[in-house]
Design a protein around this ligand. Structure first.
Ligand SMILES: *Cc1c(COP(=O)(O)O)cnc(C)c1O
Length: 339
């Protein structure tokens, strides 16, 4: 089977760069949703703990439960509690969801400052503080999310302005309703890198830690290195004569005699069928014919090949983002940590 290597040095290098922006490791909340962006939830939680990251962000309670032992603090972005844990905080994404959280739950309130995906409307702040108090929940933080932190537009600035207003109002309301030490956060990877003097309580960092950020050149930050590489092994090899065709549908025709080998990965492992006849590996091995479920053919005779070591480059080929390339990788693929 294809396998993944996780480069610990690169991961720690990325966390070093991120710490320069947050000024302290304590403010890094590593986003581990979706199997740690395809890297392996437990593997990345283990490495993060070794580095000294104490905070994590996940999508649901099942993920939180799996990594509870590794962190001091875990934020669940979109779920209701199914387990009891002092470490886990839950997001309120909608004013009508407050009733779903059991009395005494630690919660963080998401405010919609312009993305219009999740979060309460800005004008609902007071009534939601009131409802949280009334329902006996413990409000620990107020946060927001940027819609265009990785684009050179004005949105990032006016969302920050909106959030500044929310912070001010929240501090007043916290006094009124007796919520102590309210915390604030808004930054994902791209947003953190735009702050010249970051002063929030934490940053929710995913893609930068994995080393696959694609920012416009004006926002570019040097030094990040991809953590994940995907390798595949040869199943079989053959000589193809000029005029013979390869794979389902025979979509590739050899123009001369070539050696073609077949490798043990395909769209069933999370690679993209649209790369059929349209992908070249970092070592210049050319993919020929259609990618099938567990097979891909390359003009090559090596026993093992590197499929990719930078998800951003694959993303360019298929016109998507590195997030999609990484999270498409199936959880079952074996992970090896390398140095
Ligand atoms: C996924 C996610 C992040 C992480 O974003 P990156 O661009 O990977 O750093 C941060 N905050 C929220 C709410 C998210 O859903």
């Amino acid at each position: 089977m294809a396998y993944i290597t996780l480069n610990k040095n690169n991961f720690f290098n990325n966390l070093d760069i991120i710490s320069r922006f947050t000024k302290t490791k304590d403010k890094i909340a590593l986003v581990l949703k979706d199997n740690a962006y395809g890297h392996g939830l437990i593997e990345m939680a283990t490495l993060a703990q070794e580095y000294g990251v104490q905070k994590a962000v996940v999508q649901n309670d099942a993920e939180a439960k799996k990594i509870e032992q590794f962190f001091e603090y875990i934020l669940v972005l979109a779920d209701i509690p199914t387990i009891k844990s002092e470490k886990i905080r839950y997001t309120i994404n909608d004013k009508n969801s407050i009733q779903k959280f059991p009395n005494g739950t630690k919660v963080e309130l998401k405010v919609d400052t312009g993305m219009h995906r999740n979060g309460i409307a800005m004008h609902e702040l007071q009534e939601v503080f009131e409802a949280i108090k009334e329902h006996g929940l413990i409000l620990e933080a107020v946060f927001t999310h940027h819609k265009s932190a990785d684009e050179l537009t004005s949105e990032w600035f006016w969302q920050n302005d909106n959030f500044a207003k929310i912070k001010e109002k929240s501090l007043e309301l916290a006094k009124k309703f007796g919520f102590e030490n309210l915390r604030f956060h808004s930054a994902n990877s791209a947003s953190l890198m735009r702050h010249l003097n970051f002063d929030e309580d934490m940053a929710r960092i995913g893609i930068a830690a994995y080393g696959c950020m694609n920012l416009p050149s004006a926002l570019h930050v040097d030094g990040f290195k991809p953590v994940l590489s995907l390798y595949a092994q040869k199943i079989s090899s053959r000589k193809i004569q000029s005029g013979e065709r390869i794979g389902y549908g025979g979509t590739y025709e050899a123009l001369q005699e070539i050696v073609v080998s077949n490798y043990n990965f395909g769209y069933g492992d999370g690679f993209f069928r649209v790369c059929s006849n349209n992908y070249t590996t970092p070592h210049q091995k050319v993919l020929v014919g259609r990618i099938s479920m567990d097979n891909s053919s390359f003009i090559c005779d090596d026993d093992e090949i590197l499929i990719f070591n930078d998800a951003s480059l694959v993303a360019k080929v298929i016109q998507t983002v590195s997030y999609e390339v990484l999270t498409s990788l199936k959880e079952i693929i074996v992970k090896k940590i390398v140095y």
